[in-house]
Design a protein around this ligand. Sequence first.
Ligand code: CDP
Ligand code: CDP
Length: 204
Amino acid sequence: RTNGITVAIDGPAAAGKGTVAKAVAAHFGFAHLDTGLLYRAVAAKTLTGMDPEEAARTLAPVDLEDPSLRSPEVAQEASKVAVIPAVRAALVRFQRSFATRAGGAVLDGRDIGTVICPDAPVKLFITASPEVRAQRRFAELSGKGIETSYEDVLEDVRQRDLRDMSRDQAPLKPAEDAKQIDTTEMAIEDAVAAAVALVEAKRG
Ligand code: CDP
Ligand code: CDP
């Protein structure tokens, strides 16, 4: 591993984790993994009746670009299957090997800094108010042609935050050494600049 490092980004739903993760990865030429998509892909399978543990163990053939994974219904189901320890366990190895690739990696999710990559040199915890997060996610979904309402998105965000924070295994919380960034009143460029500066400092 020459100059690539692992960057762990966590936070509640629609806080801007993915946007910051993508920009940091592009800036440094690191790979990016949206770990929420893994849970959404499991959810898409359990919604058709598959057993959750089986779905997590046989994840390979899913299309992570499939826009149907973005819906609030799939998001809700994702946070329900994410409570199941066997589901989480089945996804650990893939995430850790992705995180330690030579060229550097940025992972975003809920438990990256606490469970998946506790030794990551850079950890961010990105937050924003639930209303602002719901507004941004609603605009994003509308733009992608996914039919929903602000109220439904806010309800999804609130329910998932509660479930994600209160589960026994890998609950959503900042790692002790995570830098917290509140993007409620912050332009995304400023959040990206703060993240890039942290990575620069660690990379030397
Ligand atoms: O990955 P996560 O669910 O945390 O959030 P995201 O998908 O990166 O961001 C949700 C939406 O909010 C996206 O459409 C972003 O472009 C937008 N956003 C924003 O407008 N301003 C910010 N400071 C952060 C995100
Ligand atoms: O994009 P958004 O932040 O709304 O959600 P996501 O990152 O796609 O995650 C969907 C759900 O998967 C979350 O609400 C969590 O319940 C679960 N998840 C998790 O438990 N651990 C992760 N590392 C990532 C997501």
